[in-house]
Design a protein around this ligand. Sequence first.
Ligand SMILES: Cc1cc2nc3c(=O)[nH]c(=O)nc-3n(C[C@H](O)[C@H](O)[C@H](O)COP(=O)(O)OP(=O)(O)OC[C@H]3O[C@@H](n4cnc5c(N)ncnc54)[C@H](O)[C@@H]3O)c2cc1C
Length: 263
Amino acid sequence: MLSIGQYVRAQSLEEAYTLCQKKSSVVLGGILWLKMQNRTVGTAIDLCDLGLEGIEETEEEFRIGAMTSLRALETHPGLNAYTGGAMARCLGSIVGVQFRNLATIGGSLYGRFGFSDPLTLLMALGAKVELYHRGVLELEEFAALPFERDILVRVILPKTTKGAVYRSQRNTATDFPVLTFAAARRPEGLVCALGARPGKARLFRDEEGILAGGITPESAETFGRWLADQAALGHDLRAGEEYRRRICRVLARRGLLELAKEE
Ligand SMILES: Cc1cc2nc3c(=O)[nH]c(=O)nc-3n(C[C@H](O)[C@H](O)[C@H](O)COP(=O)(O)OP(=O)(O)OC[C@H]3O[C@@H](n4cnc5c(N)ncnc54)[C@H](O)[C@@H]3O)c2cc1C
């Protein structure tokens, strides 16, 4: 059970940041992950008064407040038009609608969970995170950092990709994923992300130029095999390494062929 000593609705980001420097403090998102933990917290810091909920779309980017629910991202017409439906596909398998109405994007990214569906897709899309203290950094860089006491303010998604796909494999619908795969066309070329390896998502680029001549059934198959050989895959209670390797080839091939259809 999660036990909370003191509950504070922060009135500024500075107040939230100062409070969260204490080891016994915790920042609250939707509390869905936190409530699973057996721990006692000194001060629980609620960000709900800071206007961090909502998605703004401009010509250049999407700005997604940390307290925005996963469901709001999943059903956002602009985000889905931009990602060709990959956003809805990525989030739609996470537990259920009521759950996704509460889980926040801030809580989902701050934990940098290995199993994270949104971490995988947003990384492939080249998203950035804005942290109150550290500032703006690439999600890829943030994912690699050790845990720090900071506040995730918003996610910035520049509109620089053309076409995206998302695929995951689950042992049963709505379970944690066994493997997640996302790919997007960036100006510098195709980038894909692989998560639930079971480690956290990592980016891969077409370093060998396998897809340089275009995505065909043959090149997609070859790329899938290359990716499965490159990626550090492992074993956990959901799947073994060899199974993940096989699934990786399939997800990558199918994902790439879907991306090719969008051309
Ligand atoms: C049963 C279950 C199944 C799940 N299945 C999946 C799944 O299949 N795929 C998937 O991707 N995810 C899954 N999740 C994770 C879920 O989608 C959320 O990511 C998770 O609940 C965290 O979101 P939250 O808003 O509830 O955050 P919280 O539980 O409130 O917080 C999580 C962590 O983030 C910190 N935090 C929250 N907001 C901020 C902020 N703005 N700045 C700094 N730190 C912050 C908190 O201090 C805490 O350490 C699952 C979770 C549960 C409980």
